[in-house]
Design a binder for this molecule. Structure first.
Ligand SMILES: *Cc1c(COP(=O)(O)O)cnc(C)c1O
Length: 222
């Protein structure tokens, strides 16, 4: 068993039932992904379209790819039909484009809505208010070829554990409010939060999907 394989096994034993692991392989070579795959990992996360498209044909076809980076509208068409989940929908414009491109391609795309609760202004995503407005106005009913499975978010980049916990609690609370506002929304039950440094807190606050890169694959060479 390789070191990467051991990390995968470790996470599998640590994560509670009902929590899924996305192995974030961005900036890591296909050889590293193959090691994780050999240890049984099937869900991988990438944040750049070109890198994802290069890796897909080099790896087994039963891998479920999650796109987790900021998706530019001019690249949407290239990844439709290639991902199991686009976790990083950060605007209505992007969502509508994913929907129209999915219709054009004759497929349905699963997405998460990205929430911005962190203190950094550079992060993408809807504020909780914007997302609650979106669901209150039931705009999702216009989507024909997109299924919204839940929310994704990041905590502030800080060592302040209380702030991190509060950010995750805000993400989970927003998902809960959306379920209250739209009790008929089907399959809206994914809360993607938690990375290498904060996944344990995220799980305590209700995460169902953790996105872990560095703790599995080591440091990235940008
Ligand atoms: C890179 C990235 C991760 C993984 O971060 P690590 O700290 O390496 O675990 C998780 N989520 C998103 C959105 C990322 O861009």
């Amino acid at each position: 068993m390789t070191r990467i394989g051991e990390e995968i096994e470790k996470f599998r034993s640590l994560l509670p039932q009902g929590t899924e692991l996305v192995a974030v392989s961005k900036f890591h070579p296909v050889e590293s992904i193959a090691e994780a795959y050999a240890a049984g990992q099937r869900v991988f996360g990438e944040s750049r379209v070109q890198e994802l498209l290069q890796k897909i044909p080099l790896l087994p076809s039963d891998i479920r790819w999650h796109f987790i980076g900021h998706l530019q509208t001019n690249k949407v068409r290239q990844i439709i039909g290639k991902t199991a989940l686009i976790e990083s929908v950060d605007s209505e414009k992007l969502l509508d484009l994913i929907d129209s491109e999915s219709r054009r391609a004759g497929t349905t795309t699963g997405v998460l809505m990205q929430l911005h609760v962190a203190e950094e202004e550079t992060k993408f995503g809807f504020t909780p208010e914007e997302l609650l407005d979106y669901f209150s106005s039931r705009k999702f009913e216009n989507l024909t070829n997109t299924h919204i499975y839940g929310v994704m978010g990041m905590a502030s980049n800080t060592s302040d554990q209380n702030r991190i916990r509060a950010d995750f609690a805000a993400i989970a609370a927003t998902a809960g409010r959306i379920r209250q506002i739209c009790p008929d929304l089907r399959g809206f039950d994914t809360i993607s939060m938690g990375m290498s440094g904060d996944w344990a807190i995220a799980i305590e606050e209700g995460s169902t999907l953790v996105r872990v890169g560095t703790a599995i694959f080591g440091n990235r060479n940008y």
